[in-house]
Design a protein around this ligand. Sequence first.
Ligand code: GLA
Length: 707
Amino acid sequence: MAIFSLPERKAWVLRTQHADYVIGVDASGALQHLYWGEPLSISDDIPSTAGQHAWIWEPEEGNSREECMPWGRRNFAEPGLKVDFADQTRDVVLTFDEADIEGNTLRIVLKDVLKSLQVTVCYRVIDIFDVIERSVDVKNTGMGPVNIEQVMSAIWHLPVYPSYRLTYLTGHWGAETQLRRELLHEGKKVIEARRGITGHNNNPFFAVDFGEATEETGLVYFGGLAFSGHWKIVAERTPYQTLQIAAGIHDFDFRWRLEAGESFVSPVCVGGFTNQGFGDASRKLHGYQQQHVLRGSGQLRPILYNSWEATSFDVNETNQKELAAKAARLGVERFVVDDGWFGQRDHDKAGLGDWVVNKIKFPQGLGPLIDEVTSLGMDFGIWVEPEMVNPDSDLYRQHPDWVYHFPDRPRTEGRNQLVLNLAREDVQAFVYNAVDELLSTYAISFIKWDMNRYFSEPGWPGAPVGRDREIWVRHVNALYDIWRRLQEKHPHVQFESCAGGGGRVDMGIMRYADQFWTSDNTDALDRLRIQWGYSHAYTAKSMVCWVTETVNYMNGRQIPLKFRFHSAMMGTLGIGMNLNHLTEAEMEEAAGYIAQYKTIRPIVQEGLCYRLSPPEQSDLTSVQYVAKDGQEAVVFVFRHAQHFGHPALPVRPRGLAPSARYRNVATGEVRSGQGWMSRGILLRLTGDYDSAMIRLVQDESNTYESK
Ligand code: GLA
């Protein structure tokens, strides 16, 4: 496994369990992509770097598959690198210099043919999940400054097939991670964020197939960019009908200055391959994230209560204690106070930036509430939004220059707030200290770190010469750095990444985030689509789902408690209802679901996810989780609406051990894994918003003999 070189061919094979990725140096010295797909076990099968054919007007560069594709010569495709030298040269031609293999990492150093510019292309192979992490390091080895105008983390070249289909996630606030699948024709399909954060509109995830993959079959190339700012992914069909996927920091309004000797390291882009469809692609990403990316991945996530939808800004010691007592009765493990506890924060027009406890709401600070929460057997969490400031705050009155702005021009507010300029070191220190002080003063186990507006007027007055357009990256890197330092000092504190719901969900912040707030939309039916899309790119352990009240505040829908719980039990469960509105019977029913969730939690959070029936194709959605050892499975089934005469369709589980005996915990029925998978489970779900959770448990003493 891993990486081996073929010195006589100047080629390298990056081998994972079920895939080979091959690159090599061609006669001109360029690093070319040669192959990506099912393993080529015989060395004769490895392609050579023979030159590509070319047409008049369409130069061979256009049909070349350079791994780093700099803008230079006649490369007209989306470039992997575009540089502006001090003498006005803007052409880059990279040739091979040296290669180095260290464990599962391959680094290939390329140099410009004339200029003092060095580009190291880095590949890290994660063999059991068939993924490769790629990044580039651009170094100015000359004397004068160099400006980078575009730098992609990776260019992925797909094998040549007659048609290509892109799967991606799009949406908006309240409807994030909506799944889309479309054929790619000539030209570019761009998914991007130019708003300062990962964004609600597009998510930096992609999957490409050749128009024929299904959930369980077919070749799928997939991946994602690990970055939480300004990004783009460009799927481009070249005039030669080939497809390349360029992924990296967005070049729009971006420029990075490299002084002599300085380097710029791109974020990581992850790419993977499977020959077993979209489901396997997702399970590979989930496994990779659980083992290599997600913070605190070894621990199960506690069930939290969050009081935002119950008390909004009107939080105080009395009402929070009252909710905490009820949450504890339900079996909740963590109590989180959301917005409203600090400064003059009685509404969203004031207070952001003033991270001192509001003494009217909490006369003796947060101590008494935290003591109460802890004595009830829960740990305590709190909401913060430290990258922001309301103009109506002491912080802004003292430091109006701390926000992004252009001198003497209006500053556009979003949710009555402005974005602090995290490129500034004094602002970084303020943000770090505000949260550090909170964590040092109180017994806090969990931070929900929010961010509630996109950037506008992204100016940095007083920036070092030539560095003002670096804010798109400096902000993100400063945020990562602040989280990293806070976590080093307070290692037991878990972090949730939130940006008005799922506006900052990606594999970049995932290294520092234990979980994500998936969406402000907590309607259990809408959530089926949001969570379905989410599951394509991210593990269920990271996906926080609350059960909230009915009628839902966003769309006025009424849904039974059971359906609401089942929908939320497909990720990391949370409760967001005003518990004072629940009857005794509802409290008991809710406690029952929470107890059930505790028994299935390891399977949902750490098992293998199988998407059985998509929300958009029928009035039935079904998703299954199987324990990694195959011992147990949980199948969730949701009937959206009853239509007279529609046949009740069986739900067919997947991923069970075919010859093992599995018992349906509710009915006692026993069948082989194959029996459950082939015959399926016929459920009588009636009325609108009916749902079921089926547990199949293996009886290991009774495996069937294979016949
Ligand atoms: C954002 C979050 C919500 C809540 C509010 C508080 O909208 O997504 O969950 O925390 O802010 O103002």
